[in-house]
Design a protein around this ligand. Structure first.
Ligand code: AMP
Length: 588
């Protein structure tokens, strides 16, 4: 049954939405004006994300405003004003200077959501170095692969993560000169493994920001493809134009808001919207160190009087499982705008939001490569549950089909499935995959950037997600490349072949399922299954390891020897098997 469009009641809005008239905002939009809304470095010295996010507010007399309210695992609260954040990030930039870290060099972070992470991210940008966040639930293999590709010179992490996941990797990572430990006492842990609090205490809290140009590399975010190693998507300082603009238009941020983005800064949402966007807009944000817990989350929404909440479908579905009654035990009346991103938001979840909170979840769409929100449901616009919404002002999105000459043709007819594409030229567009020019080029056809997603556009201009055009998997909102998982399984002496698919899951969207064929002499069975699971978990970490492993005598392959993951998936889910003409004959 189709879900009814949810119309808004403007009288319910305590403040007028920033984007009141969508068509007018699109017609009037101008990137130069969006750029001009930022201040640029003093003396016309360029553009720097950290200056726009922090120091600009201090210079304008807003330094006393709260920038971050950090809630630790035990509920302890630490507030950082914009002035505090300016000083802490300056100290971190000075630490990098003292270690001889140069502009353009990569500073990685593998950290929980602790205040030092935020000082490190902004301090790195102040120093003109490149900030590269990793997810703390990664295991050693994904960590090493990314540090290697990015030639990370510095890694900011905690003592426990260092000991558990990094210490054994250092010999593999010749570029990694320093590990900076965010917690514990003043003791270093070895050559180049240094206590960050001590280093921070020893340096000045003022720093003159490096004169970065709008096109200088600022952020490196890793993402995955169907094949090959992870890809480092390069973002530049002028991405901040998009972070600022989308914060106002798509998330409806206003002065005085209390914003909570639940994404971890190890993923792109947690950096673009969990650090930069609210700060650039002068809005204070909540940072919760702990993982999901329904009561804790409702408690935070209530006690912190959160007004704008940006979360993800898996979390929303977990709240739905706990039940609306739990939500009713809390005063959630401060909430003004709810948004969701990262994976398909099922229409039931949108409607559940409207019933439970009095306002629907507003789905929006973007990806690591786009650097910021591209398609969104807006505060003032009717929501069609299940739709990702309409493109931001300044963004041209289309449904295209690839042509034989390597180009793309836009499909004008509504409700027709094709690849979601974006016309190039927005400020936060990725500028390359590090060291992988050919892979980068392949994502473009003429002036279209091809997103790898399949979608439809309806007659009202709303976009609807259909699926991925490739084999990458979204599990609990995290994008996982099957090749990375298969490679680790293949390292086990018993495994001859491995293939990984996403298996639909009611809460997580997908879970990772692996199929393995064994080498001669190995017996499928419970002991080997447990061993493979443990091997994968240890090497990949819980966020990436398969949830299920199944043995197969052999895996279906094309005549050229490529494993057909799609066929495995179709068979697993009882779906039509599609075109089997390229399948090796004995596999049919
Ligand atoms: P990432 O680069 O990790 O942020 O993942 C981006 C991918 O997540 C997109 O290409 C989509 O496949 C998926 N995605 C993001 N937002 C949505 C959404 N609102 N609806 C459906 N899929 C989404």
């Amino acid at each position: 049954m189709p879900f009814e469009t949810i119309t808004k009641h403007p009288e319910r809005f305590p403040v007028a939405p920033n984007l009141a008239d969508y068509e007018a905002a699109r017609a009037d939009f101008d990137w130069d004006a969006a750029r001009a809304a930022l201040s640029g470095l003093p003396g016309g010295q360029g553009l720097n994300i950290a200056y726009e996010a922090v120091d600009r507010h201090v210079a304008a007399g807003r330094g006393d405003r709260r920038a971050i309210r950090h809630i630790d695992r035990h509920g302890g609260i630490t507030d950082l004003s914009f002035s505090d954040l300016a000083r802490e990030s300056a100290r971190f930039a000075n630490v990098l200077g003292g270690l001889g870290i140069e502009r353009g060099e990569r500073v990685f972070a593998l950290s929980g959501r602790v205040p030092a992470l935020y000082a490190a991210a902004l301090g790195t940008l102040k120093a003109g170095a490149v900030f590269c966040p990793l997810f703390s639930a990664f295991g050693p293999e994904p960590i090493a692969a990314r540090l290697e590709i990015g030639s990370g010179r510095v890694l900011v992490t905690s003592r426990i993560l260092y000991r558990r996941k990094v210490a054994d990797l250092c010999a593999r990572l010749p570029a990694l000169d320093y590990v900076l430990l965010t917690d514990g006492g003043p003791e270093d842990e070895g050559d180049g493994v240094l206590a960050l609090p001590r280093l921070m205490a020893d340096v000045s809290d003022s720093f003159t920001i490096a004169p970065t140009a709008p096109e200088d590399m600022a952020l490196l975010h890793f993402t995955s493809g169907t094949t090959g190693k992870p890809k480092g998507a390069i973002h530049v300082h002028q991405a901040v134009v998009m972070h600022a603009m989308t914060g106002r238009m798509a998330l409806d941020l206003h002065d005085g808001d209390v914003f909570w983005c639940t994404a971890d800064p190890g993923w792109v949402t947690g950096t673009s919207y969990g650090i930069i966007s609210p700060l650039v807009n002068g809005v204070g944000m909540i940072v919760d160190e702990a993982e999901f817990d329904a009561d804790r989350w409702y408690g935070i929404l209530q006690d912190q009087r959160v007004t704008v909440w940006y979360t993800a479908p898996t979390a929303i579905r977990m709240l739905m499982e706990v039940g609306a009654d739990v939500a009713k035990g809390y005063d959630l009346s401060s909430l003004r705008f709810l948004a969701s991103v990262g994976e398909p938001l099922n229409p039931e979840a949108v409607v559940w939001g409207a019933e439970t909170f009095g306002i629907p979840f507003h789905d929006n769409w973007w990806q690591t490569e786009t650097g910021g929100i591209m398609i969104a449901n807006y505060a003032a616009m009717p929501v069609k549950p299940g739709s990702m919404g309409r493109p931001l002002p300044g963004i041209a999105a289309g449904i295209v089909e690839r042509t034989e000459d390597g180009g793309a043709r836009e499909i004008a007819e509504p409700d027709t499935e094709g690849e979601l594409a974006l016309r190039v030229g927005w400020p936060s567009m990725f500028r390359g995959y590090l060291h992988e020019e050919a892979r980068y080029r392949k994502t473009f056809a003429g002036d279209w950037y091809l997103t790898g997603d399949l979608a439809k556009r309806d007659a009202d201009g709303y976009f609807w997600f259909v699926g991925r055009a490739d084999d990458v998997i979204k599990a609990a909102g995290h994008l996982i490349g099957p090749f990375e998982v298969e490679s680790v399984l293949m390292e086990h002496p018993a495994v001859a072949e491995a293939a990984v698919i996403g298996k639909p899951d009611d809460v997580a969207g997908n879970v990772i399922k692996a199929f393995v064929a064994l080498k001669q002499g190995y017996e499928p069975g419970e002991p080997l299954l447990k061993e493979l699971m443990a091997h994968a978990r240890k090497r990949l970490g819980p966020a990436v390891a398969p949830r299920e492993i199944a043995f197969r005598a052999n895996l279906p392959k094309t005549r050229s020897g490529k494993i057909m993951r799609r066929l495995l998936r179709a068979r697993e889910l009882g779906l039509p098997e599609g075109d089997l003409s390229t399948l090796e004959s004995d596999e049919r």
